[in-house]
Design a protein around this ligand. Sequence first.
Ligand SMILES: C[S@@+](CC[C@H](N)C(=O)[O-])C[C@H]1O[C@@H](n2cnc3c(N)ncnc32)[C@H](O)[C@@H]1O
Length: 318
Amino acid sequence: MKPTTPLDTDIAAILGPSFTGPLDPLLRRMALAENEIDAAKKRHPEHAMALHDAFLALQPSDVILRSGPDKLYPLHCHELLERAVHAVHLSGWREEQLRIQVERWMFTAMAVPSLPEREHWETVFREKHEDEVSWFQERAAISLQLIANTGVAKTASIVDVGAGASRLVDGLLAAGYRDLLVVDLAEAALAKARARLKERASEVRWLVRDVTTWVPEERFDVWHDRALFHFMVHPEDREAYLTTLRRALSVGGHAIFATFASDGPESCSGMPVQRYEPETLAQALGADFHLVESVRDAHVTPANKVQSFQYSRFERVR
Ligand SMILES: C[S@@+](CC[C@H](N)C(=O)[O-])C[C@H]1O[C@@H](n2cnc3c(N)ncnc32)[C@H](O)[C@@H]1O
């Protein structure tokens, strides 16, 4: 990477010396974005300010910091602008509404995971019934018990990451927990869970995000993850996941992880996994997390295979 313009120098400083990826596609994409914005402002001078504000999110530093140099997703400028302009025409939105909505679209576009990974999970949830996937559980009994063991109040904020179409959320609602966020990178997975819950779905918040790039804007009392963290087989993905975890979980909060145990399968859904024992998981999480209890589970898949899981509950101590 050879910085040649002030913009290049800017980006080079943000990326740091370890970035060796191609810079050209990024610069081209940003130039395109700027042209799009200028053109849109000319077409809609009455919305120039709103469009300008909304597209500040396209600043190179933002894009890179939010998505990471390895994950420079297409920004879909065309699509975003078309949607924005449509919204103005069709619904007569005020500038403020437009600005907020476009920011939301921008953020979603940046936060979506790399397409092959996302496509994989979308396809799984689109093509298979809830009870046709190996990780299906009729009732998330161990997770519910471990969450109860934390002793948190029913008003505690609980996030289930990589939740898929899991019935944990049904169990939590039935148990009276009221502040629930369900996160997954596959929209199809969340759609399944929402459909199952019918009108109760509106009592839950749903969010399509890649946990490795998600920037949570609030703190939770309980973080739950069954069978997501073990897919983080690359150190940089683990580190990104843990950055999100540390940002999301209050000190004194509880983190519950279910992963394949050391005698469990080496892959799931065609992808390699990292197997853990409670102690090795504790090492991976680092000194901020204190292991409180662990449980072993011989999970029986819908195809009648036994998979060895370990569940561990941690307290965040600092
Ligand atoms: C094996 S499934 C487990 C689903 C659920 N936790 C359960 O126990 O039924 C793994 C889930 O993680 C989701 N996932 C994979 N990578 C992810 C990522 N980077 N961020 C958020 N979710 C992810 C998948 O879409 C899938 O729903």
